[in-house]
Ligand binder design. Structure first.
Ligand code: SF4
Ligand code: SF4
Length: 403
């Protein structure tokens, strides 16, 4: 198995996306970094031109090309608006990997350490035990680590088994992707996912041997994605199921690219929305909570699940409405908020400004991606949103165990 193609093959893989662009500029207004800077080189069209000029030998390897490549959030908002169907994400992934391999891009120690951990979810989970404990106790104050009460010792797989034995659902059978960061730090979202699925008569299991989906490595430009994909192909192929469900939009996209269409990789909210989930009853006071719904880029642009999950939102029992710029990027971009914090903050500030005037008390920002949740949570600590609000995954609002 080849981890990365040889140099010439990389250029061939890169050539198609690069030559497909017809320079129409329809993508410019969709691009958060173009909107932020007004700089053509900081747009999809500009980046594609720089990469093509370099690939065809008209431009030497240039620090400005490196800079503009790293400025890209990777949100994929440029793909659905493109009349020429340029696979921009594929081009970006290839160029990023080349830049890191050539030393033109040097991800810092935090990302290198996270890469090591992500490849071994079991070790990652053990190493993050103190973080889960501090989150559980409510003692952790960090701009990105939203509050929650994750299990300390019980694994997601064991929990799924336990609920299956107790409740014995008989409906569709789904496999759950547990991933790396989500399971190690935000495990309460997996547990809520299992409770909601089982309550809705869905049989859930967690395939052994699965690993990180590879999205983190794609975002950071690290090599070795193919070995992760191969492990997931083996783990998920071993089980017979109706669907593979994920509760993080970026992980879902990466897994869908890995496994193909059979069985389908489904976002759990989209899956439940289709099923029509059991409706939660709220007290009059609780029903005062106002939900503002954000739609993750990797769900709407990457997985092309563009509809607002209205049935699932109605089933929460809360009043809800889409956030005013729900289809725009929040700036999280997988690892972008770590690598380009100033840009990420500015992108989010534009999108989050409405919360300062938002109707409702309390106010809750709802999304379906843990990295977007981390990014939204940071808006409270950096002062860009003054009105108190909480961030939740939509699955948590359908959870029978939630207050
Ligand atoms: S992926 Fe997002 S940030 Fe990058 S070029 Fe496309 S729209 Fe712009
Ligand atoms: S919309 Fe597509 S074809 Fe048009 S400039 Fe952007 S990437 Fe090129």
């Amino acid at each position: 198995m080849t981890e990365s193609p040889p140099h010439d093959a990389q250029h061939d893989a890169q050539r198609d996306p690069l030559t497909a662009c017809v320079h129409c500029g329809f993508c410019l207004d969709a691009c958060p970094t173009y909107r932020l800077t007004g700089d053509e080189n900081n747009s999809p069209r500009g980046r594609l031109r720089l990469w093509r000029e370099e690939a065809e030998g008209r431009l030497p390897a240039d620090p400005w090309t490196d800079f503009y490549t790293q400025e890209c959030v990777g949100c994929l908002a440029c793909e659905p608006v493109c009349p020429a169907n340029v696979p921009y994400g594929l081009a970006l992934e290839t160029v990023r990997r080349q830049h890191v391999a050539q030393g033109r891009d040097r991800p810092d120690w935090r990302l290198r350490l996270a890469d090591r951990f992500a490849r071994h979810p079991g070790r990652f989970g053990a190493a993050m035990l103190p973080i889960r404990l501090l989150r559980r106790l409510g003692w952790l104050r960090h701009r990105n680590l939203f509050p929650g009460r994750p299990a300390l010792f019980e694994s997601t797989a064991r929990y799924a088994q336990r609920l299956m034995q107790t409740h014995r659902p008989s409906g569709p059978r789904v496999a759950l992707l547990t991933g790396c960061l989500m399971d190690a730090v935000f495990r309460e979202i997996h547990f809520a996912t299992i409770r909601v699925l089982v309550e809705n008569d869905v049989r859930v299991f967690v395939p052994a041997g699965q690993t990180c989906c590879g999205a983190f490595q794609e975002h950071a430009g690290f090599d070795g994605v193919e070995s992760l994909r191969e492990r997931n192909r083996t783990a998920f192929a071993a089980e017979d199921c109706d669907a593979i469900v994920t509760n993080s939009a970026g992980c879902g996209l990466a897994l869908a690219k890995t496994l193909g269409p059979h069985p389908p990789v489904r976002d759990v909210i989209d899956f439940l929305n289709e099923l029509g989930p059991i409706k939660r009853q709220r007290t009059a006071t609780a029903a005062q909570t106002r939900l503002y719904v954000d739609l993750p880029c990797h769900l709407i642009h990457g997985q092309r699940v563009e509809r607002v999950p209205e049935r699932a939102l109605d089933a929460t029992g809360y009043q809800w409405e889409p956030a005013p710029l729900a289809r725009e990027c929040c700036g999280s971009g997988g690892v972008y908020h770590l690598r380009k914090p100033d840009n990420a903050r500015e992108i989010l500030a534009r999108k989050a400004a409405f919360l300062n005037e938002a109707a409702g008390d309390p106010v809750c920002l709802v999304t379906t991606n843990h990295v977007c949740m981390m990014q939204w949570h940071s808006a409270a600590s950096d002062g860009s949103v003054r009105k108190p609000f909480r961030v939740q995954h939509l699955i948590q609002l359908l959870d029978p165990a939630a207050e």
